[in-house]
Write a protein that binds this ligand. Sequence first.
Ligand SMILES: [Zn+2]
Length: 372
Amino acid sequence: MRYCCRCVIPDTRPNIRLDTEGVCNACRTYESRGTIDWAARERSFRRVVERAKSHSIGYDCLIPVSGGKDSHWQVATCLEYGMRPLAVTWRPPGRTELGRRNLDNLIGLGVDHIDYTVSPRVERVFMRRALAARGSPAIPMHMALFNIPLKIAVRFRIPLVVWGENSAFEYGSVDEADEGFRLDSRWLARYGVMDGTTARDWVCEELPQGVMTPYVGPSDDELAAAGVLAMFLGYYFPWDPETSLKVAQKHGFRTREAGPKTGTYDYADIDDDFVSIHHYLKWYKFGITRAFDNLSLEIRAGRVTREQAIRLLRARGEERPVEDIQRFCAFIGIAQTRFFEIVEKFRNRDVWQMRDGKWTIPDFLIPDWNWT
Ligand SMILES: [Zn+2]
C-alpha cells in the first residue's frame, strides 16, 4: 500500500495509480486543469446546447438529480443556458428529511421532475444479496441511478443527459467537445460502480426478472437509435465542491446543521442515510475512510495542507456510522452481528494484518493510529 505524496489517497483505491514521482493520477488530472482553455470549453458547451435544442421534441435535456449541491449546479446551469430540462431522481430508500427539502427546493427552480421509487421489497432483497455476495450494498443504488435516467431519456426522446462531476475525465470520445459522448454499456461496466455486474446477473428466485426492470437500462442500439448522448458538466466547467456549493446555496440549497454526516463535508452525502455504509466499507476494502476522499480534494484545491489533512484524519478515526448501520440493518432485515460477520469476510488481506489480536494496516499513513 503506497500513498500519493501530494494528497492522502493510497493505490488501493480503484482506478488510482501512482507515477514514478509518487503522484497519483487524480492529482495529475487536477494539475492539468491549469492548461485547459476553459473559455474554449464554454464555447463547446454552447454547441452541445444548440445540438440538444435542435434535436429536441420537448425536453432538451435530462438531468439525473439527487437534490444535492451538484444537482443544483447542474439544473441552474442548464436553465441559465436556456435549456428545458426534465430532472429525474432515483428515490433512495434512506432519503433524509434534509434531502427531501433540498430536492423540493431544486424542483422549485423551475423543472419538471420524476421521483422514481423502486419497491422497497425489491430493494431490500437486492441490497441484502449485494452485501452478502459482493460486500457492495450500493450496487442496486448505482444500477438504478445510471439506468433509470437513460431509460427515461430513450422513452421521452431526450437528446442529452447532463451529469455533474466528471468521473471519467480522460475517457470521453473525440466528439465530446461538440456533441457529448455515448454513455454506453462499456462505460457503465467500467465506471458504474456495479462490480462488473448487470441486472441479469442478480436474477434469482427471490428477484425474478420482472421485478428487476428498474435496474435494466436501454441497450446500446436503443440509445443510438434514440440519439441520446451524455455529458459531464465538469468537462466544460471546472468542477469543485466549494464552487458548486456556492451556486447551490445561492439557489436555496441547505447544508447539514449538525455537521458532516460522513467525511468532512457538511454538504455532501447528506440526502441518504445508507450511502454512508457504502463509504464505510472502503475502510475494509481499501483502508480509507470517506475523509481521505474529501481531504484529498481539499489538498488539490489548495485549501488544506497534507499535514493538516493527516491531523484531521487522526482526529476523526475510522468513522463508523453507527446509527446508519442500525437503520440499514433494520431496512434489509438482518441483525447487526450478521452485518459485521459479512463485512469481515470482505476485509482485504492485502491491506490488513492481524497483529496482537487487532486488525492493523502495516505502513499506514498515520503511524500512531488508534487501532480498535
Ligand atoms: Zn494524489
